[in-house]
Design a protein around this ligand. Structure first.
Ligand SMILES: Nc1ncnc2c1ncn2[C@@H]1O[C@H](COP(=O)(O)OP(=O)(O)OP(=O)(O)O)[C@@H](O)[C@H]1O
Ligand SMILES: [Mg+2]
Length: 221
């Protein structure tokens, strides 16, 4: 596995705790309407979405939650790299084929309750592909099979992919990089997402100056 997966590679107590808090906030608040399908996105590229969601997936799996991690970023997929898996035979292969999505799941050593769906072959028109009925069926089935479904997505601004994913999700967490995300862009992303009616669950602040991995998570009220 990639060194950026801090929860796997000897996390410091601060790092591990940040992910536990995030897990608890996502999983155990809103007990009346638990959030099962959760997206991570950011306004612009490179904020730390893929790294954060991968660490979160491991943190969920460590507590034996049946977890599905989907690489929904069909443009710059990296989940396969972080977990040292093959990119192909993933989500897009399922979307264009006739097999069940379960046939494309990949597992990770040491985490038997974590399944991963990598992005698959690169499609010419990612957003077109995401409008598929098969994607809706996948999420419906996954809701039955898993405790939590985490979906990594491309940045919100400049493309419609994340808004399409948002229509299938129960909530979204926005990743904000403290040294690079601009407040105006974050606001714009939030407004774009609100038009899809997805609930914005909160924010994760990455790349904070004191080198702590993920600083905090605030629930958006
Ligand atoms: N919490 C963090 N603290 C410091 N560096 C981080 C953190 N999270 C990610 N990074 C670094 O930032 C870079 C981008 O991370 P990552 O690929 O997770 O971002 P992303 O938002 O998924 O990017 P993209 O928009 O390209 O998909 C990587 O080099 C990663 O190691
Ligand atoms: Mg990414």
């Amino acid at each position: 596995m990639n060194v950026n997966l801090v929860t796997f590679h000897q996390p410091t107590e601060h790092e591990a705790e940040a992910f536990r808090v995030l897990r608890t906030n996502l999983r155990f608040t809103n007990v009346d309407s638990p959030k099962k399908v959760i997206l991570l996105s950011s306004a612009k590229q490179g904020a730390g979405k893929s790294t954060t969601i991968s660490n979160l997936a491991i943190t969920m799996a460590k507590y034996s939650l049946k977890t599905l991690l989907i690489d929904g970023d069909l443009r710059r997929p990296t989940i396969h790299e972080l977990f040292d898996l093959r990119k192909n035979n993933g989500l897009t292969n399922y979307l264009v084929g006739n097999q069940e999505f379960s046939e494309f799941l990949k597992s990770v050593p040491d985490y038997p309750t974590l399944d991963i769906l990598t992005s698959g072959i690169e499609p010419p028109e990612p957003s077109e592909l995401l409008f598929s009925q098969k994607l809706k069926e996948l999420i419906t089935q996954a809701r039955e099979d898993y405790d939590i479904i985490l979906i990594d997505t491309p940045p919100v601004l400049g493309m419609s992919d994340t808004s399409i994913w948002a229509t299938l999700a129960d909530g979204i967490v926005l990743v904000i990089a403290s040294n690079q995300s601009k407040i105006e862009e974050v606001k714009q992303a939030k407004e774009q997402l609100e038009r899809t009616n997805v609930k914005i669950l909160g924010t994760v602040l990455t790349k904070v100056k004191d080198n702590s991995y993920v600083d905090y998570y605030t629930k958006d009220r």
